[in-house]
Each structure stands twice: as structure tokens, then as C-alpha cells.
Ligand binder design. Structure first.
Ligand code: FEO
Length: 386
């Protein structure tokens, strides 16, 4: 396997994970990649590594360019093992290489995982010279771990962004313009929604810290990198970090015998009739991490569940647990559902929506057994009145 030169003397030496279909519960339907970069300058510099199981692929690519014992610096932008997991393997070749990491959290995390080495902790604005080029460090704490950091090379106008601006997308082509661009943007939005949405405030701070950078290329830690659409992806991150909402709705439900489903259809149609485009998600047919893409930008949310054994349907509970964890911006929401007797699920759903920070805009809609046409009309009127 060979390195791919992305700019003169700067090589992608990462690995492609074509088969990964779940990353901590996030459905990675198009696989991913772990991107590492090698800069040939007076000081040979490796930026990030790959997940441990892919170390041979990375070493092959590095060896196609240089002898790895010549590496002087390893920049560890992030200690999560998908980026740092091959540091011990690379250190077998260059045990004295200096490992640059964020202070204090990167240093702490790397020491816990990999023991004592030649570390150099850095903070916001610190810069090192590697010869003709310099590298400036921008810690981005909680984007999405305490140690997260990005690295900027002003001479090349390149931002090495690690998890930021990435996508879980396996591809043989390294840049946005070499791939199907709508798919790249779809996966970038899904990545932000599932990994970074919780950290909008920190994303805004990172964007502010980098506002004076002249960026022509963003070399990501996952998926493909940006050179054609740098301004567009930066603009999208500004909107996502600000929590900007569109006048759209998402209806999610699980139904035992189609009665809650009938209510979901009525609610979806009523939103559409009201001029608020709505998406209809049967949780049995859709993965919660895919639904998060629409939840990143929609204003309205309706969640429905039948009642089973005094509880909500387990797939809805799973969705709500994930949704609550991502702490999305304040959706205008309500709960609905049909039930046979107790009907506890609807109040439970409403409570979870409140705990997730939603604004409840309609009292929970409860219908016993199969909804009549009059009851469905009543639901339609309630949605039209929003
Ligand atoms: Fe891609 Fe937070 O690791």
C-alpha cells in the first residue's frame, strides 16, 4: 500500500475501514477511514495515527515514502484510540520521537494509555518549526473529548482537523471533489449530528479561535478531506454550532398494531398541510443515528409509542436515551400514542422529551385502542393550530 501525496511533500498515510458498520452505536453504513498525515520537512512529522488493527496499512504507506525511524515528531491531536492506537507501534521505529499533545488533557490521556514517552504538551497558539513549515496548535476541548486539538500549518494553509469536519465514509479518493459531493455533505452532517451536536458551544469557540486562519485545505481525521468546499463546510459548522433551525418536523414512532402508526400518519400529513415539511420515521425501519441528521436542523418533533408492560416500546426508549445524550437544541415537541389499557408510555415519552430540553407545545395525545376518524381529525386540527 502506498502513501498518497495530498500536497507537495505532505502524504496521507492512513487506513480505510471499508467494513465498519457501527461506531459506538452510530450506524456507519458507508464505513470510515482513519487518516494520518506525514510531512517531509527538516523534521519529519507524523500527524495522528490509525486504529490499532490497521497499523500495518499505515506502516506500509509510511515506508513507501521514508524509513519510519526518521520520524522526529508525532502530533497526537486526539487520544481516542481510532487516532492514537498505533502510537506504540510507530514508537518501535522511532522511540525518541517527540509526541506533541494538548496540555493537560492530551498528556494525561496518552500517559494513561501508553506510558511515559518523550511528550511535549502544547496550549492554544503554541507553534513549532519543522523546517520550512511551522505548526500552530489549537486545542478544541470537548470537541469531542477533553484532549481534542487541531493543528494548522500557515505556510501550506492547511488545517489538520482530526474529528472536526470529518465523516464516516470509506473511499479510495481523498478529497471532496473526487467523491459524490452530496454524499460527502450528507455524511458530514450525520457525523456532526451524532458526535459533535452536544458540543455546539465548544464548536463555536473553536471556529472563533480559527477565524483568522487562511484555510485552503482541511485534512480530516475521518473520511475525505476538503479542498473545493472549505468555505461551505465552515459555513455549515457555523450554522450547526449556532443551533440554527429550519421550519421542518420529524415524527418518530413505534406501533404494536398500527394505531399509533395511524396517529403518526395524521400528524405527518397535518404538518405538511400546515406548510411544515415533515419526515415520517418508523423506528423499526430506521436507525436512530440516521434520524439524528434531521433532528440536527428541524424545529418540531413528535414522538409516539404504544404501551407495552407499562412502559414505552424499547426501540423508542433507546432512541430517546440517545437523543437526550446529544442534548440537542430546544425542539418544539409533543408525545402521542395509542394504548390498550394503562397507557403509561405517552407520559413517559413526554417526560423524556422534557428532560432532553424540549419545549412541550401540545399536551400528550392519548387514544385508547384504534383511533376513530373523528379522533384523527381532532389530532389534525391540533397540529394545524400550532
Ligand atoms: Fe475519531 Fe474521537 O475519535
Amino acid at each position: 500500500m502506498k502513501a498518497i501525496e495530498v500536497k507537495k511533500d505532505i502524504y496521507w498515510v492512513g487506513a480505510i475501514d471499508w467494513s465498519m458498520r457501527s461506531f459506538h452505536g452510530y450506524a456507519t453504513n458507508r464505513g470510515s477511514s482513519y487518516n494520518a498525515y506525514l510531512i517531509l520537512d527538516e523534521k519529519i512529522t507524523l500527524i495522528d495515527t490509525v486504529k490499532h488493527g490497521f497499523v500495518n496499512e499505515m506502516m506500509d504507506r509510511i515506508k513507501s515514502v521514508i524509513d519510519p525511524s526518521k520520524i522526529n515528531y508525532i502530533i497526537s491531536n486526539h487520544a481516542e484510540p481510532d487516532h492514537s492506537g498505533s502510537i506504540p507501534s510507530i514508537l518501535k521505529y522511532c522511540p525518541n520521537a517527540k509526541i506533541i499533545t494538548s496540555a493537560p488533557n492530551g498528556l494525561k490521556a496518552l500517559k494513561v494509555r501508553y506510558g511515559e514517552h518523550n511528550y511535549e504538551p502544547v496550549k492554544l497558539g503554541d507553534t513549532i518549526s519543522i523546517g520550512r513549515r511551522s505548526l500552530k496548535f489549537v486545542p478544541t476541548p470537548m470537541l469531542h473529548w477533553p484532549d481534542s486539538m487541531m493543528t494548522y500549518c500557515p505556510e501550506e494553509k492547511i488545517l489538520f482537523s482530526n474529528d472536526g469536519f470529518g465523516q464516516h465514509l470509506a473511499s479510495s479518493q481523498r478529497f471532496d471533489d473526487e467523491n459524490d459531493e452530496p454524499i460527502v455533505f450528507e455524511e458530514a452532517k450525520k457525523y456532526y449530528a451524532n458526535i459533535l451536536m452536544l458540543y455546539g458551544r465548544q464548536a463555536a469557540k473553536a471556529l472563533s479561535d480559527m477565524k483568522d486562519f487562511d484555510i485552503e485545505m482541511i485534512l480530516t481525521g475521518h473520511g475525505v478531506s476538503w479542498r473545493k468546499n472549505v468555505a461551505k463546510i465552515l459555513d455549515l459548522y457555523h450554522h450547526w454550532a449556532a443551533g440554527d433551525a429550519e421550519d421542518t418536523a420529524v415524527v418518530i414512532f413505534d406501533s404494536m398494531w398500527h394505531s399509533t402508526e395511524k396517529m403518526a400518519h395524521t400528524i405527518t400529513e397535518a404538518f405538511n398541510e400546515h406548510g411544515i415539511p415533515a419526515k415520517f420515521y418508523d423506528i423499526k425501519a430506521n436507525h436512530y443515528s440516521d434520524i439524528m441528521v434531521d433532528l440536527l436542523t428541524c424545529k418540531y418533533l413528535a414522538v409516539g409509542s404504544s404501551t407495552i408492560n407499562n412502559q414505552m416500546m424499547p426501540p423508542i426508549a433507546q432512541f430517546l436515551c440517545y437523543f437526550k445524550g446529544l442534548s440537542p437544541r430546544r425542539h418544539k415537541a409533543f408525545a402521542f400514542g395509542s394504548f390498550g389499557w394503562g397507557g403509561q408510555s405517552i407520559a413517559l415519552v413526554e417526560n423524556e422529551l422534557k428532560e432532553a430540553g424540549c419545549e412541550i407545545i401540545l399536551d400528550k395525545i392519548r387514544i385508547q385502542d384504534v383511533p376513530t376518524s373523528d379522533q384523527l381529525e381532532e389530532i389534525r386540527q391540533k397540529v394545524l393550530a400550532l
